[in-house]
Design a protein around this ligand. Sequence first.
Ligand SMILES: [Zn+2]
Length: 883
Amino acid sequence: MKPSTPRPIHLKDYRPPAYLIDKVDLDFDLDPIRTRIRSRLSVRPNPKASARREPLRLDGEHLELDEIKLDRRVLAKKDYKLTDTSLTIPKTPSKPFTLEITTFVNPQANKALQGLYRTSNVYCTQCEAEGFRRITYFLDRPDVLASYTVRIEADPNEAPILLSNGNLLERGTLDSGKRHYAVWRDPFPKPSYLFALVGGDLAPIASSFRTMSGRLVDLAIYVEHGKEERAAWAMDSLKRAMRWDEVRFGREYDLDVFNIVAVSDFNMGAMENKGLNVFNDRLILASPETATDTIFEAIESVVAHEYFHNWTGNRITCRDWFQLCLKEGLTVFRDQEFSGDERSSVVQRILDVRQLKTHQFSEDAGPLAHPVRPETYIEINNFYTATVYEKGSEVVRMIQTLLGRENFRKGMDLYFERHDGEAATVEQFIRCFEDASGVDLSQFRLWYSQAGTPELVCALRYDKAKKKAELEVEQVLPATPGQAHKKPMHIPLRLGLLGGNGHDVALKLDSGEELADGIVSVTKRRQTFRFVDVPSRPVPSLLRNFSAPVNVTIDLPDRDVELLMAADSDLFNRWQAANSFATRTLVEITRLLAQGKQTARGARYAKALGATISTDALEPAYRAELLKLPTQADIARVIGKNVDPALIHRAHRRLAKLIGRTLGPLLEDIYGAMAEDGPFSPSAESAGRRALRNAALTLLTAQWGPRDITRLSRHYFKATNMTDRAHALFLLAAYGGAESARALDDFYARWKGDHVVVDTWFAAQAQSPLAGTLKRVEALTHHPLFALTAPNKVRALIGTFAATNPVQFNRPDGAGYAFVAGHVLMLDRMNPQIAARMLGAFRSWRALESGRRGQARKALQRVARAKNLSSDVQEIVSKMLEA
Ligand SMILES: [Zn+2]
């Protein structure tokens, strides 16, 4: 039987569950191809549901049902109804009852990596969002909270380590040592998506943490044997995150143990299962030789993120999947704040904003745009998006900006106090901040329901005689799928006015109000803010610290932008000024190239950049961010229509070359001065020096002269850490030739035995803008170390090609699109979630020039026409093609 065409699910149709499950006892008998699961559920009718008794309908997929007992009585086939996705019992007692269900699953055959599966001989689960229904029949929805006791039995040779959520109750051996078992109990009620089980032969690194109330918590990270040392940074990050959450939010850990397991095949980055986080091993394992600084940072942030979920996600969970941003947006905000406190807050803000613009702004501008809280979905797995996560975080940040840190904390405290142990909604979350601060957030709520990136069109007028400056702001809300017209939003706009000397002018509104924090609330379509006592024509510094996820447009002459770059007291905005100067220069060069004109445009930008980065008072990590040009995807997004990625690529190279030439001696100095010969440290300061040195190297190399190649090759072979080595490898791979081949061969020889590190070798080749890249990528899909069943390999090779190689993915002949579409179809047969992700590479296809647009449409139509598509891919491709 095939499930019928998947139907959309709507937020407005939410109903409380007809039944509740208070207690779950699970018994796993682990076997690679036939694992038996016995579940005993304490079920009762939900007193809050409609009085009319409804049949009990449990979710279940890919299960072999063995037996069902209701209050110990075995049910006959006529007593229940079984489909491919459900088990329905029409008649149930009116009082609480016990349901015992025995099912079998085949972990070895599970390539979707949802539910219980095997990866490198380790049993592992992934239940968010709807994987638990692949383990047993259940009310698999986040508003059914139960306490779990889990018994796991296995072959001790195959799975000496047996883990589940909560605290270990008991363990022992059976059958004179042929089997062994462990019993885990989690006292905190949780939804099924937070269930986890791991069984395998893994090596732990152990430590402990003393909580603020003095309890001792055992910590362990389980990894592949021989890789224990590489888990030290993750352990260090975990302890710092635990302490930070106590200090910043008053949140203490609540179980006796906290376990993390690293596995090699995982659909996501990591998963916050209560007391047992499961991680993609590329986000746990790090040593100076194997991981770049970016990976060290990512480990710190993701370990913290998953840990922070213990309160924002686990103790308080989501009522339904439409509320996903309630846990994700909030927890991303928390991990960003943590990273900002642990590192440089301005650099962190720049990195987060870059990420937001590249991924979320592009999503918001295309056919996949959706509100932070979507109102309808077909496949929830498709909504783990930049909008829910990154924009969701920005929305929480705006609440903090509007309320101030103190009131924000009060609102958070109230949220924890009011909703601990519950499945909550966005409305309840917002209400806590209103109640704690007295601030009315009713218009602000639109951020959760209106999609698209607002644009603030600004103009500044100055009246010299009256010493008055007027800032006119118009908010433009672009149409998005299903939302043609929008209401004006509540946008916190943080700003400053710079006097001629570059110093901030005191902000006094004509109402007499003084803006100490520089924040005005834009709430109308058109609004004018009048500032008095402004001694001379000021230069506006708008959207300081990126106070809202919006685009700001204002027509400023080059000299004003140069003043902002040189003198703005808000460091974020100094970077933002440089970034928008670079953006407009690149857009201009692209336009001139399209007209067939030669151009030397960019000299003025290069000069201003040189002046700013030579300021030694600015930390290296920050100067590195200044030296990085906007990505080609960012330029494409700003151009917005008839995009020719090849022209943007040429413009990008031209500007890099010009900067390299103009600032050559300065860049050489930086390259020399930032070299370190002491022992490696993953600290933010050391990483910042490496980042600055590598950013200088990138621009120096843009000439591609023989000296540059020699320097680059030396940078590769002399590298003492992966940051430098990988940086040089990507640049060499982009250049091609003998030096590139030599470095790639060397890298492969060093790391072919390491399934995590070798992904860098795949990615470096996939990202090369050279003409032969597609052929090479195709060949690499047949490489013995590549496997379509391994998500990390797919992401490293096909994902890198589709998402970060704009020139070759967007080949005018459409071969790049055809390649990716073909692989989406192959992937869809085993792992629909990853297939749908890969398809996301087409999200900006409508903005392309007509030739490429036609080719992309052809590729998408081919996917749409294919038979037996998963609902995941079906939903994405139909949205992409909708007019
Ligand atoms: Zn999360």
